[in-house]
Design a protein around this ligand. Structure first.
Ligand code: MN
Length: 469
């Protein structure tokens, strides 16, 4: 690994958890060493200069929810660690946390497989969560397993309350995970959809001949999200453990989160750009490319999520990046073409467009600049064990920086983006505000939204710290 050259990012407006101020940023050895005005005339002789005049200088984005090269039946999500982290860099994200595990394989195997996929390919840094589908019955054994995750630098897990055929856990398993979380500081995340209810609604829809994408919103309604949040939060409260709800999509789900928080549960949540920007009308029009779970919702849900994001009730925006090519959507999870919506591989693109799509909320006056930065970098770092390493523009932290040009425009068509997926859910949408320069540990990795000297494999695995029990 070669040592990054010294760099000064000059003349920008720095925005992070410490506020908004004019400052230059001096980078040495891949780390931030100074953030103050007038560095350029001080001791930075010989350093490369990045001009940030007229731009925001923000901490590199941290996307805590990606699925690179995820096999789902006969097909695999379109981006691997190489294309996925390159797309991330072009859109201003300098760290992703991907979910290791495709099903019920042993955790050691899942971790080894994901390390193999990432090593030598990632352009920016990455961490891993583990997907948990079973837990030892013995509490000490359960805690020992989570302690082993921590030793491997993995300090968060996800359990699914949906997908009974391949991933769903019962309440006892979730309860054991929450108890182990309390003892080890591993954060428990849940996919909050009530799987049993979804199965019933799916069976009814299919029996009634409603087999197209237009049926998806009604078989995974907001009520199944709210019910799963209530159930998981009840268990977390009983265990005195933390809970994180991934990809919150609805107003009803949000109300369940807020109610749990008001009753004293230490609960946090994220939403995704597609729940902020897109609606279920795409599915009602029969478009298989918009299938994801939870599904896209209505205008009232979007509005509630934007308000909650501004208020800090929803702390994080991650992407659940998991696109499938048009061909793979057609092939379906069985590989021979889908006959009903159950076989359409679900998931949308997002890792490259997240920063700008959330910034649109700043332009629309739905969100402050500070909340934009906190939701895309500060909170993810704080909640997922990267505090003191990434997530702020502060001396001592990794020099993961984005010079964000508030005047740059971009049409979010697949041809202008770097995912290997051949379609974008935001096709036709033009955004204002895009990263001019993305810096990862002092290396310029993207300029003007295009890769700069891409060196796959320079990205490193980041070991994360556990929560303090
Ligand atoms: Mn996901």
């Amino acid at each position: 690994m070669d040592m990054a050259t010294d760099l000064v990012v000059r003349g920008g407006t720095v925005v992070d958890g410490s506020g908004t101020r004019r400052a230059d940023v001096l980078v040495r050895g891949g780390r931030i060493v100074a953030v103050e005005e007038g560095i350029a005339v001080g001791g930075a002789l010989g350093a490369d200069v990045v001009d940030a005049g007229g731009a925001y200088v923000v901490p590199g984005g941290i996307d805590v929810h990606t699925h690179f090269a995820l096999p789902v039946g006969a097909v695999t999500s379109a981006d691997d660690f190489e294309s996925g982290t390159l797309a991330a860099a072009c859109g201003g994200t300098t760290c992703v946390i991907d979910f290791a595990g495709a099903g019920r394989e042993p955790w050691q195997e899942a971790l080894a497989t994901w390390h193999d996929r990432a090593r030598g390919r990632a352009l920016v840094d990455y961490g891993l969560h583990l997907t948990v589908t079973e837990m030892p019955l013995d509490p000490d054994g359960a805690a020992q397993r989570f302690a082993a995750f921590v030793e491997h630098g993995v300090t968060s897990v996800k359990l699914y309350l949906a997908y009974p055929d391949r991933l769903m856990v019962d309440d006892d398993t979730l309860g054991r995970a929450l108890a182990a979380s309390r003892r080890t500081g591993v954060r428990v995340c849940v996919h909050a959809e009530d799987g049993a209810t979804v199965e019933t609604l799916v069976a009814e829809a299919v029996a009634a001949g409603r087999t197209g994408p237009d049926a998806v919103p009604s078989v995974r309604p907001p009520s199944v999200e709210a019910e799963a949040v209530r159930r998981a939060a009840g268990l977390a409260g009983a265990a005195g453990a933390w809970l994180y709800v991934v990809h919150l999509s609805s107003r009803a789900g949000l109300q369940a989160v807020l109610a749990a928080r008001a009753s004293g549960v230490d609960i946090h949540t994220e939403t995704c750009p597609h729940y902020l920007h897109l609606e279920q009308s795409h599915l009602e029009a029969g478009a298989p490319d918009f299938v994801c779970a939870p599904p896209l919702r209505q205008a009232s849900d979007r509005a509630a999520l934007w308000r909650a994001l501004d208020a800090g009730d929803v702390e994080v925006v991650s992407t659940d990046h998991c696109p499938f090519t048009t061909q793979d959507r057609r092939r379906g999870t069985g590989g021979t073409g889908w006959t009903d919506f159950r076989q359409i591989p679900g998931g949308l693109s997002g890792v490259e467009t997240r920063l700008s799509l959330v910034y649109q909320g700043v332009l629309d006056r739905r969100l402050s600049l500070e909340r934009w930065v906190d939701a895309t970098s500060g909170s993810p770092a704080r909640l997922f064990g990267l505090d003191g390493v990434k997530g702020a523009v502060r001396p001592g932290l990794d020099a993961d920086l984005v010079v964000f040009d508030p005047g740059a425009t971009r049409r979010l068509d697949a041809a202008n983006l770097h995912s290997r997926c051949d379609h974008s859910p935001y096709a036709g949408l033009e955004v204002t505000g895009w990263p001019a320069v993305t810096i990862s540990r002092g290396d310029v990795v993207a300029v003007g939204g295009e890769p700069a000297d891409p060196r796959p494999g320079r990205g490193r695995f980041v070991r994360r710290t556990p929560l303090r029990p």
